[in-house]
Design a binder for this molecule. Structure first.
Ligand code: AMP
Length: 441
């Protein structure tokens, strides 16, 4: 199948050709004709499948006739994070370059005055995080009564972040005659309830089983002791051929701490998390995309759905509490057919989370140990050469961790149960300025 068979107009086809896409991805092939028929849609697809274009392309087509009135946008895309909203905006710019559609991005951390000015001129596409949209609505700066197409993107992440009450409020402000598209990587009960309530006779399309890692990602685990975790990460980065990498932490304070520590070790590293001012977040992300930063140390919220092409590695400094996040994190590499490598540092305390990941991905994950192995060590050769990002191109011999073919079944070792989830894994821990209304102070 090619794009011209999907019902898209010549201007969009030309834009697609300019970008260089030759064939639609499976989600695009399935979803675009349904959206063009003005049907409601549930799209079960993860990031990296081309899902953003599966709604932006037909939306551009459908919005190409008609004009927006002041403060009355014609369509709305709700995204969980500012970065994701910005990415959706970039997609509209890219695919809509031969159209004259107007768009506005309403995200926290940016000047409200500027956003209001754009809204006053009238926008065809409004892309927003829930918190900022409700803020502006409550200030009487925006009317949602002219919205014909509503997209709820990354619905399961909205749920994780506690945005569902905000979403329900926003949807109740939009006329029921709209077309509604809901995208989610998974379909937990709460999202099913939401779609039953707000979508009308939707078509469901699904691509690739939710939460399965791409085959292009070689993902492995490294057993470390909590005491030497940082140096184990450093050794790992030293021995891998790292072009650029996401380094994930579970907590914002650790993002800062680790970013600083890696910098002190001579790496080109910067933190990215929701407590940073928006201008700094945008600047950091751009520097990473431009190759000026090699290691982007981040939280899940900041990195969710970010599409940076050609990322060579992902390092999970912490095991994610939520197994789905593991798949999302390692999916930042190995994109668009390129190969990628992902390493997760695991300690004894992480057993429960590691087991959940192995269960979810349905396969053993090769696991090595960074703990000293005296008798092995002497007989092992030095590892293959590796380059440390920016610091030096010179190969450095490193001790190579013992390699085990796969994570063994839990055996004789009785490990302490993890205690951390209760204190750390609540939605507040991960929220940024796009916090839902009921959590905002
Ligand atoms: P998404 O799942 O929307 O985050 O998209 C993931 C990546 O796939 C983005 O870098 C898109 O530019 C790229 N992409 C989207 N559609 C296509 C296509 N038909 N062919 C090749 N790449 C695509």
């Amino acid at each position: 199948m090619n794009f011209s068979e999907l019902g898209l107009g010549d201007d969009i086809l030309k834009a697609i050709e300019d970008i260089g896409y030759t064939t639609p991805t499976p989600i695009q092939e399935k979803a675009i004709p349904i959206v063009l028929m003005a049907r409601d849609l549930i799209g079960l697809a993860q990031t990296g499948t081309g899902k953003t274009a599966s709604f932006t392309l037909p939306m551009i087509e459908m919005l190409s006739s008609g004009r927006a009135r002041s403060r009355m946008p014609r369509s709305l895309v709700l995204a969980p994070t500012r970065e994701l909203a910005a990415q959706v905006g970039e997609n509209f710019d890219l695919y809509g370059k031969y159209h004259k559609l107007t768009k506005a991005l309403l995200v926290g951390g940016e000047s409200m005055g500027d956003q209001i000015k754009i809204l006053e001129k009238g926008v065809d596409v409004l892309i927003a995080t829930p918190g900022r949209l409700l803020d502006l609505f409550e200030r009487g700066q925006i009317l949602l009564s002219d919205i014909k197409i509503l997209v709820i993107d990354e619905a399961d992440r909205m749920l994780d972040m506690g945005f569902i009450p905000d979403i329900e409020r926003i949807v109740s402000l939009i006329p029921p005659t709209r077309q509604t598209l809901l995208f989610s990587a998974t379909m937990p009960d709460e999202i099913k309830r939401l779609s039953d309530k707000f979508l009308s006779n939707p078509k469901m399309v699904s691509v690739a089983p939710p939460a399965s890692p791409a085959k292009t990602v070689d993902h492995r685990m490294l057993e470390v002791s909590p005491r030497t975790k940082k140096s184990a990460l450093k050794d790992l980065i030293d021995r891998e051929e790292v072009k650029n990498a996401f380094v994930f932490c579970n907590r914002k304070k650790d993002v800062d701490m680790l970013g600083k520590w890696l910098k002190d070790q001579g790496f080109s590293a910067s933190p990215l998390h929701g407590d940073m001012v928006q201008s700094k977040r945008t600047e950091t992300l751009q520097a990473f995309k431009d190759g000026k930063i090699v290691l982007l140390v981040c939280s899940d919220v900041a990195a969710r759905g970010l599409d940076v092409s050609g990322v060579s590695h992902v390092f999970n400094y912490d095991v994610p509490f939520n197994a789905d996040d593991y798949v999302h994190r390692i999916g930042r590499t190995g994109r668009a057919g390129l190969k990628g490598k992902a390493w997760t540092l695991i300690t004894e305390d992480d057993d429960k989370f590691v087991d959940a990941i192995i269960k979810l991905v349905g396969q053993d994950i090769p696991t090595e140990s960074a703990q000293p192995q005296p008798q092995e060590k002497s007989s092992r050769p030095a590892s293959k050469s590796s380059a440390k990002p920016v610091k030096s191109d010179k190969p450095r011999p490193e001790k190579r961790p013992e390699h085990k073919p796969a994570r063994p079944e839990k055996t004789e070792k009785s490990r302490p149960r993890p205690h951390r989830e209760a204190e750390d894994a609540g939605p507040n821990q991960f929220c940024d300025e796009t916090m839902p209304a009921f959590l905002r102070r």
